[in-house]
Design a protein around this ligand. Structure first.
Ligand SMILES: Nc1ncnc2c1ncn2[C@@H]1O[C@H](COP(=O)(O)OP(=O)(O)OP(=O)(O)O)[C@@H](O)[C@H]1O
Ligand SMILES: [Mg+2]
Length: 377
């Protein structure tokens, strides 16, 4: 491809950029040589387990931490050494704190009242009103923080961060404290809000469902590094390795050793069963002898009764069934003649056409191209 004129593109399209950024805390490398760019106006998520460096990355963007190495750009300018209040960035912290002795309007207007030269009371009032309307809390101005539900407090924290009209809003697990129902509602509201105001949201979560449903782009992190990034559908359908496949959606993994490579990869399980599926299109080629897994989404597996006699099946029995409304989730134990088999598999089928009871013998099957063979790390 040669050298692309990348800089002209960057200047137009990116709000935040990391170039080989490293941040250490003593012996811990919280962010390890990370590079990424965040598109203007996008909903960008960092997803990963506890301790993988999500908050540290956000704090570096916000200017609450300084990198040990690398360069950080906000609005195409290096911000190394620029304090938080001089960046066009605002952050909603993981453990958001409202000022308890202030009412809602005073909390929301706090940032505006710090501005010099001073804004008129009329303008502050106007903008507080607008910010509260944006988070659907008009009329709550005089409420005290303890008179609000968790979700309402969360929205006050959002309004407080939005009022300065940042070009980038950093959100560190802003929905973690909410119950499931409220969380779902807030996910929709946040996404709608982001579309309405058009600013870039950088969102941190360890909840894959949340990341999948809200984001334009997800970066999956592990031990201070980004292991894969892409759109939710890309990550769901083409995970690079077992870690990402296990983190994005649910998968069954059948482990084996690679015996053939190419457009189809064949693995042999410890029981001697040979399974074939394509490799992940973007992963580096697997080599014979490497440890790999066949990753199979639960909904790609079909269940049949032993009487149906379909070709290429695994025998097993229903260990547990869970009714999920539109679907039923089955946990299956499989046993080959040798007694071990592929172990436990999870299967999801539409509730309408499945009716297997615990203990019942079943046959499992899947189309040869349903899964992916991934590096087992
Ligand atoms: N101020 C600090 N001093 C020392 N170590 C820190 C500090 N902040 C973070 N760390 C360490 O850096 C690593 C990354 O922490 P970080 O807070 O970024 O993780 P996280 O992905 O946000 O996790 P969580 O999901 O639990 O919030 C962890 O090992 C953590 O213990
Ligand atoms: Mg964190």
């Amino acid at each position: 491809m040669g050298v692309m004129p990348r800089t002209t593109l960057q200047e137009r399209d990116f709000d935040v950029e990391f170039r080989a950024v490293t941040k250490k805390f003593g012996l811990v490398t919280a962010v390890d040589d990370v590079s990424f760019s965040i598109l203007k106006g996008s909903f960008h998520s960092f997803l990963g387990p506890s301790g993988c460096g999500k908050t540290s990355s956000l704090r570096l963007i916000g200017g609450f931490e300084q990198p040990d190495a690398g360069e950080i750009l906000v609005n195409n300018k290096s911000v190394v050494g620029v304090p938080p209040y001089r960046r066009q960035v605002n952050m909603v912290f993981q453990h958001y704190a409202l000022f308890p002795h202030m009412d809602v309007a005073t909390n929301v207007g706090y940032g505006l009242r710090q501005q010099r030269p001073r804004l008129s009371n009329k303008e502050i009032q106007q903008r507080v009103g607008d910010a509260l309307a944006l988070v659907r809390l008009s009329g709550y101005d005089r409420r005290r923080t303890w008179e609000l539900s968790g979700g309402q407090q969360q929205r006050v924290a959002l309004a407080r961060a939005l009022i300065n009209k940042p070009t980038v809003l950093l959100l560190d697990e802003p929905l973690a404290a909410l119950d499931r129902k409220l969380r779902k509602d807030m996910q929709v509201e946040l996404k709608t809000l982001q579309r309405e105001v058009g600013i870039t949201f950088v969102f941190v979560t360890h909840d894959q469902e949340e990341a999948l449903s809200m984001s334009d782009h997800i970066a999956v992190m592990r031990d201070g590094r980004i292991v894969q990034e892409g759109s939710p559908t890309e990550l769901y359908h083409y995970p690079l390795d077992r870690y990402v496949a296990g983190f994005i959606g649910q998968s069954n993994f059948i482990a084996g050793k690679v015996i053939e490579t190419g457009n189809q990869v064949a693995i042999r399980t410890p029981e001697g069963v040979v399974l074939r599926a394509p490799p992940s299109p973007k992963a580096k080629p697997l080599l014979p002898g490497e440890s790999a897994v066949l990753a199979l989404r639960p909904e790609r597996i079909q269940l049949s009764t032993p009487e149906e006699k379909l070709p290429r099946v695994y025998p097993g029995y229903i260990a547990q069934s869970t009714f999920l409304g539109d679907q039923t989730e089955y946990h299956i134990r499989t046993e080959t003649a040798e007694g071990s088999g592929v172990g436990a598999l999870m299967v999801r089928t539409s509730s309408a056409n499945s009716h297997f009871a615990p203990g019942e013998p079943v046959h499992l099957s899947w189309e040869e191209n349903s899964g992916l063979v991934l590096l087992d790390d």
